[in-house]
Design a protein around this ligand. Structure first.
Ligand code: ZN
Ligand code: ZN
Length: 239
């Protein structure tokens, strides 16, 4: 495999180029993140999303490490524009991947790292390197992803509005609800997403990814593919 060793400045500029040149998809894996809103990284993310590039940002979230609430809030416009945010406990790997470029580096998406740290990276456009980076993500990252903190969730209708929307069709006896968007769909606990959200879920296929609504009643609930029903609906289903 062909890799080029790069220093801090090169890592930063090649990372920005990776975002600017991406045509299909970008996966940014950075445990610690303060950048991505109104800075160079954020602008490049926004431009990529505007070009219909699928951009995913994976960061660390666990007992020791949670991202700053104001960062999550600042990322929300990107999330509404299509950025996928995923949290992974214990994450320490830093890896940036597009369909054509991979960077494996010590560099986090932190303002302080961009300015003050001494970083090192490996940069490659070798197809074999891309393939192995993708395989690493499939095997080591995807099985551990969780939904991000509520502050970073895409905008939802206000509670009153959402209740009105989900309560109205509840009369239909066989009606179910999409775990992610709350839309009315056929009741089928093995297919608890609408078509669009299922396609999105299937990209990462994480059965423990916590979404927003109970499939059975449409109430707010951290439902997952593995457990799509709230306790009440589950009890009703098994009794
Ligand atoms: Zn949906
Ligand atoms: Zn329920």
């Amino acid at each position: 495999m062909d890799f080029k060793l790069i220093n801090t400045e090169d890592t930063v500029s090649r990372l920005l180029n990776l975002l600017r040149e991406a045509r299909e998809r970008v996966i940014l894996i950075s445990p610690y993140v303060t950048l991505g809103a109104e800075d160079r990284v954020g602008r490049s993310i926004r431009e990529a999303l505007a070009r219909k590039v699928k951009v995913t940002l994976v960061y660390r979230e666990d007992d020791q490490t949670t991202p700053k609430e104001n960062w999550l809030a600042a990322m929300k416009p990107h999330v509404d524009a299509g950025l996928k945010l995923y949290a992974v406990p214990g994450l320490h790997a830093k890896l940036y991947l597009s369909e054509s470029t991979v960077i494996i580096t010590s560099l986090n998406l932190l303002a302080s790292s961009f300015l003050n740290s001494i970083e090192v990276g490996l940069w490659s456009t070798d197809p074999e390197a891309l393939k192995q980076a993708q395989a690493f993500i499939e095997k080591e990252i995807k099985p551990h992803v969780r939904a991000p903190s509520p502050a970073a969730q895409p905008s939802r209708p206000a509670p009153a509005e959402s209740k009105a929307r989900t309560r109205a069709p509840r009369k239909q006896q066989d009606g179910g609800y999409c775990l992610r968007c709350g839309d009315s769909i056929p009741l089928n606990p093995s297919r608890p997403y609408c078509r669009e959200d299922f396609a999105e879920w299937a990209e990462w296929e994480n059965v423990d990814y916590e979404d927003n609504y109970c499939h059975g009643c449409g109430d707010d609930h951290p439902a997952t593919m593995a457990k799509p029903l709230c306790r009440d609906c589950y009890r009703k289903a098994v009794s």
